[in-house]
Design a protein around this ligand. Structure first.
Ligand code: SF4
Length: 210
C-alpha cells in the first residue's frame, strides 16, 4: 500500500488527534505508510526543526489562541528569536503593507519590505504570448516574486511574511526564499482576501453536509 493516496480530507474519525492509531479508515496513512512517520520523527528530531515545532506550540500558548494573525506572526517571530523580517507584499495591498511594516518596526523588528512590482517586470520578460495577456493595449506588468525572494535572501531575513501575493506568485516566492515563509494574507479579489468565505457556497453546490 506504499502508494496509497491519503484522503484525510474525507476521513470521518480524525482519530490521529488522539495519538498514533491503526483504527483510521483504509486510506489512513498511519496504516498505509507508517514508515513516513518514522522519517518525520527523525526530521523533527533535528535541533533546528525541533526549534521551529516548539516555536509554533509556544505561539499557541503565548497567544492564548486568541490573537489575530498579525499578532501571532510577531509572537512566533519573538519565540523563534527572529529579528529581521521580510515582508513581501502585493502592490494592491500597499496600504496594508505600510501598516504591517510600521507595526513590526514599532515592536522592535527590522523589516525588509518588497513590493511585487520590484524590478519593473512585464509579461514580455517571461515570454507571455499576446494571446495570454489580459492587457492587450501595451505593457502588461508582471509580478516579480523571484526578485522579492532574492532581495530577502540578500538581506538575510530570518522569516519572510507574505501579504497578498497572487496564486502562483506565492509558489515562486516560497520556492526561492532561503528563509522560512509564513503567510499573513492571500490574494482573493472576490472575497476580500478571505478565500474561505466561498466555502459555504461550494459546500452547497457539491451537496456536502459536513
Ligand atoms: S491521518 Fe488517518 S485518522 Fe487522521 S485524518 Fe488522516 S485518515 Fe483520518
Amino acid at each position: 500500500m506504499k502508494n496509497a493516496v491519503p484522503e484525510c480530507a474525507k476521513c470521518p474519525s480524525k482519530i490521529c488527534l488522539l495519538g498514533p492509531s491503526d483504527e483510521g479508515p483504509k486510506f489512513c496513512p498511519m496504516n498505509t505508510t507508517p514508515d513516513v512517520f518514522k522519517d518525520a520523527r527523525e526530521v523533527a528530531a533535528r535541533p533546528e526543526i525541533r526549534k521551529m515545532f516548539r516555536g509554533v506550540a509556544r505561539t499557541w500558548k503565548d497567544s492564548g489562541l486568541s490573537k489575530d494573525r498579525i499578532e501571532e506572526v510577531m509572537i512566533y517571530a519573538d519565540n523563534m528569536g527572529f529579528k529581521r523580517l521580510g515582508l513581501a507584499f502585493c502592490i494592491g495591498l500597499a496600504d496594508q503593507a505600510k501598516v504591517v511594516s510600521t507595526l513590526f518596526q514599532k515592536r522592535g523588528f527590522e523589516v525588509v519590505s518588497v513590493c511585487c512590482m520590484t524590478g519593473g517586470f512585464s509579461s514580455d520578460d517571461v515570454g507571455l504570448s499576446e494571446d495570454d495577456k489580459i492587457y492587450t493595449d501595451g505593457r502588461q506588468p508582471q509580478c516579480n516574486p523571484v526578485g522579492q525572494a532574492l532581495l530577502m535572501n540578500n538581506h538575510q531575513t530570518e522569516l519572510n511574511v507574505l501579504l497578498g501575493l497572487c496564486v502562483g506568485d506565492d509558489a515562486l516566492f516560497i520556492k526561492h526564499s532561503q528563509a522560512p515563509v509564513t503567510v499573513l494574507a492571500v490574494k482573493d479579489r472576490i472575497n476580500f482576501h478571505n478565500p474561505l468565505a466561498a466555502i459555504p457556497e461550494y459546500k452547497k453546490s457539491l451537496g456536502l453536509k459536513t
